[in-house]
Design a protein around this ligand. Structure first.
Ligand code: ADP
Ligand code: NI
Length: 235
């Protein structure tokens, strides 16, 4: 039984809920709450698989709740680094709860490195990735795929007023993401394109055993969804 600092976590939820309130539905408080729940589920399962697993639950909780407090796509103040923006936004909260410098650094490290872009930059140094980052990353990735992933993809495209697909371009029946990405005709601004450029690649990027298993099921669902979509538009 894990003893939680309930006040800290409840206040972190309030802080995040408040911060996310004006975001579009692809990226709102519901998303953060699901990522938090996913993270709690993943760590529980990983602990069952490895009883000797050492991790800091509070760091996972805070990082899951704060993981979208900064975002490369939305933070346009180029006079400050993302690191500085994160410190500005969370510094007061951390001091209020007297969070140790070590924990603050761990949480900041996760939220600054969770993104797809950062992972590609960091490369394959998987053994040096802290378990807390792996858990929160997988929790966030799981929320980008499966039925929820389809909904979020459509919500994001809607918020940007982008087309769902362009006839004759996608979806491409029975084509793998790799084949799709190698071909010349594609449109990078449609919702369906996003499956091929990112969502279908996620299952191979998962970093925990539990996350990998869950991603496979959600991946299969997306393939089924794309096939059905393809069938319907080709009537
Ligand atoms: P997060 O940071 O929570 O992983 P993002 O901010 O990258 O998510 O994106 C929010 C949601 O919008 C995700 O579900 C993502 O898949 C989706 N999304 C991001 N970029 C696009 C795009 N170009 N087209 C459609 N959906 C997108
Ligand atoms: Ni997220």
């Amino acid at each position: 039984m894990v003893v939680e600092n309930l006040n800290l976590i409840e206040e972190a939820k309030n802080f995040s809920r408040n911060f996310m309130q004006n975001n579009d539905p692809s990226h709102d408080w519901n998303h953060v709450e699901r990522v938090y729940k996913n993270a709690m589920f993943l760590i529980e399962q990983e602990k069952k698989l490895n009883e000797n697993l050492v991790y800091d639950l509070e760091v996972i909780q805070l990082a899951a709740l704060f993981h979208d407090i900064i975002d490369f796509k939305y933070d346009h103040d180029k006079s400050k680094s993302l690191d500085q923006i994160a410190q500005d936004r969370l510094g007061e909260f951390f001091s209020r709860f007297n969070l140790s410098m070590d924990k603050q650094e761990q949480v900041l490290h996760i939220i600054l490195n969770i993104s797809w872009r950062k992972e590609l930059e960091m490369g394959q140094k998987s053994d040096r990735i802290p378990i807390e980052l792996k858990i929160v990353r997988d929790a966030d990735r799981l929320d980008a795929i499966g039925a929820v992933g389809v909904a979020r993809c459509m919500a994001f495209s809607g918020a940007k007023n982008r087309p769902i697909y362009i006839e004759g371009v996608e979806p491409i029946h029975n084509m793998t993401a790799e084949q799709y990405n190698n071909q010349t005709i594609k449109n990078e601004s449609t919702a369906i394109n996003h499956f091929y450029e990112k969502l279908l690649l996620i299952k191979d990027k998962m970093q925990t055993q539990t996350g990998k298993k869950m991603a496979l099921e959600r991946h299969e669902f997306m393939l089924q969804y794309l096939n059905q979509f393809d069938t319907e538009i080709k009537l």
